[in-house]
Design a protein around this ligand. Structure first.
Ligand code: NAP
Length: 299
């Protein structure tokens, strides 16, 4: 069985949903039941569930707040992954740990390869780099999967924000000079559950991999696609206006280039991501349809 930490997050919920649909034995622990930085809680969970593989879907993902909540970010992204890796090493099981494009500074003109040196430009990015190092240092049998621009039907994310704003605004100014691949948490979950049995069988597959949806766009391109798909169903059709990062100041700096080269993952695990528009379109349609079914006082 697979034990998941961070069960209430976007990825945690998609892992649970995907495993249930495939009848795969999995148990997911939400933050409220298990803090990954608490070694006694983690050890007790492993003793109770006796997993064959652990997936760390937990993280402190509030990128701007991390600039001031440095200790919280450290707990979720650095200390926690280290605790999990040590616990896995103690019982002899592999771990899949999820990381981010924000380990890079975004200055490379091409998509990033796994061998490119990291150079984070935010507290969040630095804490994720430290977490990667903790996992590599404590557990040989692991996969670190870096992804980017994650959205889902759950939690807070860019796609849901755009859908909400599109209902009431005539114009949406959106950053058009940061490049990446909008990636559905569902597809990351699918990739993890695809690699899990392969990693369990073959320790030589251990290492760091990039996995995002196929193709690239900007936040402006992402928002435009959501509006285009939602408009015929909602009637809300704001003008999406391209702006520069400099015109949208945030507490944390973000890389201009978040594009990840995923060829190594495809080659080693035989799993190819779909084009980013496929899942963006499907998720947008699902969310709009769900909202329409809800009585207005609930929505
Ligand atoms: N979201 C993105 O755009 C994005 C992009 C690139 C990479 N990633 C990576 O993808 C992975 C999954 O992200 P996601 O989007 O699913 O994040 P998410 O929705 O924010 O979920 C993260 C979960 O981790 C929990 N958590 C935080 N600190 C914890 C701790 N110390 N112990 C246990 N649980 C803790 C959170 O609980 P609370 O809500 O209670 O704090 C939350 O349920 C993360 O590793 C993230 O860094 C995400």
């Amino acid at each position: 069985m697979i034990l998941v930490f961070g069960g209430n997050g976007q990825l945690g919920q998609e892992l649970t949903r995907f495993a249930a649909a495939r009848d795969l034995p999995m148990h997911a622990l939400p933050h409220g039941e298990a803090d990954i930085a608490d070694s006694s809680v983690v050890a007790a969970a492993l003793a109770r569930w006796k997993p064959e593989l652990l997936v760390n879907a937990a993280a402190y993902t509030k990128v701007d707040l991390a600039e001031t909540n440095i200790e919280e970010a450290r707990k979720g992204n650095d200390i926690g992954p280290g605790v999990l890796a040590s616990a896995c090493a103690a019982v002899g099981i592999p771990m899949v740990h999820v990381s981010t494009d924000y380990v890079f500074d975004g200055s490379k003109p091409e998509p990033y390869r796994e061998t490119d040196p990291v150079c984070p430009i935010s507290v969040y990015g630095r804490s994720k780099v430290a977490g990667e190092e903790a996992v590599r240092g404590r557990l040989k049998h692991h996969v670190i999967l870096r992804t980017a621009w994650v959205y889902s039907e759950y939690g807070h994310n860019f796609l849901k924000t755009i859908l909400r704003l599109a209902e009431t605004r005539d114009e949406l100014p959106i950053v058009a000079d940061q490049h990446g691949s909008p990636t559905s948490a569902r597809e990351v979950a699918e990739a993890i559950l695809h690699l899990a049995p392969l990693l369990m069988r073959d320790q030589k597959l251990s290492g760091t991999y990039h996995f995002t949806a196929d193709g690239f766009t900007t936040w402006h391109g992402f928002a435009s696609r959501v509006v285009e798909i939602a408009a015929p169903m909602t009637g809300g059709n704001p003008r999406v206006i391209p702006i520069a990062t400099a015109d949208y100041p945030t507490a944390a700096k973000r890389p201009a280039n978040s594009r990840l080269d995923c060829r190594l993952f495809v080659e080693k695990f035989g799993f190819s991501p779909r084009h980013w528009t496929e899942s963006v379109d499907a998720t947008t349609r699902t969310l709009v349809a769900a909202k329409k079914r809800m009585p207005s006082h609930v929505a």
